[in-house]
Write a protein that binds this ligand. Structure first.
Ligand code: ZN
Length: 407
């Protein structure tokens, strides 16, 4: 017998009345079975071409609070499109972190809402995405290959998003309480950023020089973390391995290539790689550096002189730059706040032109609604039929479902 979710009729094999129906959806197959016998049918489902949409914390928290109709309605339409297997809006570890910054009573409900909107789809962790991009660039560096970096969807998504969603998804995330640590880190990094504003505003450099300087400080932080790590191992710190952060682990990973070569030589290669265009063109490194270079440019032009306003204006900047620089190359569309939209579409960065990603914010909300209209109009009759098979109208739910087992 099978755990039938939707009963659609009598079993074609044993003839038991009201015992046959849908059991599970997996990959591109709907499986049907019987509550009484071993009868089993596999029904192929049509191919999917889902659009990948990143909804930022700003959008999702507004939809969650429910005070502005525009966000609520858009979120509902996206959920509808996700259930219709046309879009997928995975959440990321940044959503988890940013939700932790909320008040204690709101944290878990907000994250639950975010996970529901994503139907359980999750992007790979930031460090995994970076790791894959940097390793690919390093391999190309080692063989003098092309230094224009490419990305693969698998860098950022663990499973094929074009599989049909099953009836139930299991929330494997555990909500660790790191509120205080995250809050402190966030406040500190924003203060440190605001502290350099005056210097940046008065420095005469070009956008491209600023990008290079950001790339270099990025590389420097990798090396510094690794040096600290090696020092703590050399100093006999028993916690060195446990406390090693992802930056030093990255260098460890790069040291494993050609491990027959002497270690100093392998380290030299890594240093040369960090100085090269191979590293500067890693998408996450490049895009992140461009955002900070653009900020410097804006400061030079006399923008953002109100220090008090800046504190709230830039409080989420690091998170925003992180999600855009990490996930933009893997998305068909992204919804973000006005400032990030302005910067991402600035001619100096222009992510839509470079990556083909559609960007939306309140500034071009009508374009966003038109985009959703187009997706809704685009649903193929084959997929409609399959959706009706998967969730048949008028189907009964068997006893085990009604008792609440499994959902
Ligand atoms: Zn049967």
């Amino acid at each position: 017998m099978a755990l039938v979710s939707y009963i659609i009729g009598d079993c074609p094999s044993c003839g038991t009345p009201e015992s046959y129906g849908n059991v599970t959806v997996s990959g591109n197959t709907l499986s049907r079975g019987c509550l009484k016998c071993k009868h089993w049918d596999r029904i192929p489902l049509p191919e999917l071409k889902k659009k990948i949409i990143y909804l930022d914390q700003f959008f999702l928290s507004h939809a969650f609070r429910g005070q502005h109709k525009m966000f609520v309605e858009a979120q509902q339409r996206i959920t509808g499109l996700a259930l219709a297997q046309q879009v997928v809006a995975p959440y990321s570890n940044l959503h988890e972190d940013e939700s932790q910054l909320w008040t204690e009573s709101q944290r878990a409900p907000l994250l639950k809402f975010i996970k529901q909107t994503s139907l359980g789809h999750k992007f790979s962790y930031e460090y995994e995405v970076k790791n894959r991009q940097i390793h690919r660039a390093f391999r190309s560096f080692l063989v003098n290959g092309p230094n224009t970096d490419t990305v693969e969807r698998a860098d950022a998504l663990r499973r094929d998003v074009n599989e049909w969603d099953n009836y139930v998804w299991i929330d494997v995330g555990n909500f660790s309480d790191e509120h205080d640590a995250l809050k402190m880190r966030k406040d500190r990094s924003v203060e440190a950023l605001l502290d350099v504003f005056d210097t940046w505003a008065s420095t005469n450099s070009t956008f491209e020089e600023d990008v290079q300087s950001e790339v270099r400080s990025y590389a420097k932080s990798y090396i510094e973390h690794y040096v600290d790590y090696v020092k703590s191992i050399a100093g006999g710190d028993p916690g060195a391995f446990l406390n090693a952060n992802e930056n030093s682990m990255m260098i460890e990973g790069l040291l494993r290539y050609d491990d027959k070569l002497p270690a100093p030589l392998r380290m030299q290669r890594i240093m040369a790689f960090f100085q090269s265009d191979y590293f500067a063109n890693v998408p996450e490194v490049r895009i992140g550096s461009e955002f900070f270079a653009l900020l410097r440019q804006r400061l030079r032009q006399g923008e953002f002189i109100n220090k008090e306003k800046n504190r709230s204006r830039f409080s989420g900047l690091f998170y925003d730059v992180r999600f855009i620089s990490t996930y933009a190359p893997y998305c068909d569309a992204m919804v973000m706040d006005n400032l990030m939209y302005q910067w991402a579409t600035d001619p100096l960065i222009d992510l839509p032109k470079r990556l083909g990603v559609r960007l939306f914010s309140r500034r071009n909300w009508n374009e966003f609604l038109t985009y959703l209209d187009e997706l809704e109009a685009d649903r193929s009759p084959g997929i409609d039929d399959a959706l009706k098979m998967i969730r048949p109208v008028g189907a009964r739910t068997p006893e085990w479902v009604r008792r609440g087992i499994g959902r």
